[in-house]
Design a protein around this ligand. Structure first.
Ligand code: MG
Length: 240
């Protein structure tokens, strides 16, 4: 069903084959329905700090680390990066507003897909730009036995967040796999960019308000309407 898309990826990259042995999962918007809450928390924190920021900006910046998001606005408004103190002040405001927004639900069919992948003896990694400790600490409660610390790359591990390829390259290095042995599941344009620049086959799940073309234009090989569709068609990707 997807052999055409996968064939194109292998040919473009000049890879010898496609043999998935690990799946690298993004977190926000893929495992957790957290993007609306992140976006509104960013708007409040930035605006209260005298900086312009809209919900749309929140979605477009998804995947960046907090520090990089703040620097982006500072460069635009003041022509310079933020200081450490400024970064900390704004990020802690943002984190507090995010927490105050209440409990974050998981994305429907995320757990089912993870379980299916486990049953296929394929490894699972987490690659996120997030430093939101409640979400990271909650992974074991929401997805028991799926994520282990040695198979995670978070905001605390990288110097350059998405769209830089560093997070996905770091996960690839940890996995000791070849780039044609990995599948990435992403929901955000900058995340897709990061994964494709790392040379990885990237599946996009469109769980937010963006048009699907935004995700294919960023480099996603296949765009799904959500996790339910990806779950239902998963076996056709594995046995393409
Ligand atoms: Mg995401």
């Amino acid at each position: 069903m997807f052999s055409k898309e996968i064939e194109k990826f292998i040919t473009d990259k000049n890879y010898p084959s496609f043999e998935p042995k690990a799946v690298f999962f993004d977190m926000d918007g893929v495992l957790y329905d957290s993007m609306k809450s992140h976006a509104s928390a960013w708007v409040r924190a930035m605006n209260e700090s005298g900086l312009p920021f809209t919900e749309q900006d929140g979605y477009l910046n998804e995947g960046r680390t907090g520090a990089s998001t703040i620097d982006g606005v500072f460069v635009q408004i003041y022509g310079r990066n933020s200081t450490e103190d400024e970064k900390q002040a704004i990020y802690s405001l943002k984190s507090n507003y995010f927490e105050a927004n209440g409990k974050t639900e998981t994305i429907p069919y995320a757990l089912e897909l993870l379980r299916k992948i486990q049953s296929q003896n394929i490894e699972i990694y987490l690659v996120t730009g997030s430093g939101q400790t409640t979400l990271l600490q909650g992974l074991e409660d929401h997805f028991p036995g799926v994520f282990v610390k040695e198979k995670m790359v978070t905001a605390f591990d990288v110097k350059n967040g998405k769209p830089h390829p560093e997070p996905y390259l770091m996960a690839l290095k940890k996995s000791k796999l070849k780039p044609w042995e990995v599948i990435v599941v992403e929901n955000a344009p900058l995340g897709v960019e990061s994964a494709t620049m790392a040379g990885l086959l990237t599946l996009a799940v469109n769980t937010g308000p963006l048009a699907p073309e935004v995700l294919s234009d960023s480099g996603a090989s296949i765009v799904f309407s959500g996790m339910k569709e990806l779950y239902e068609k998963w076996d056709k990707i594995i046995t393409n």
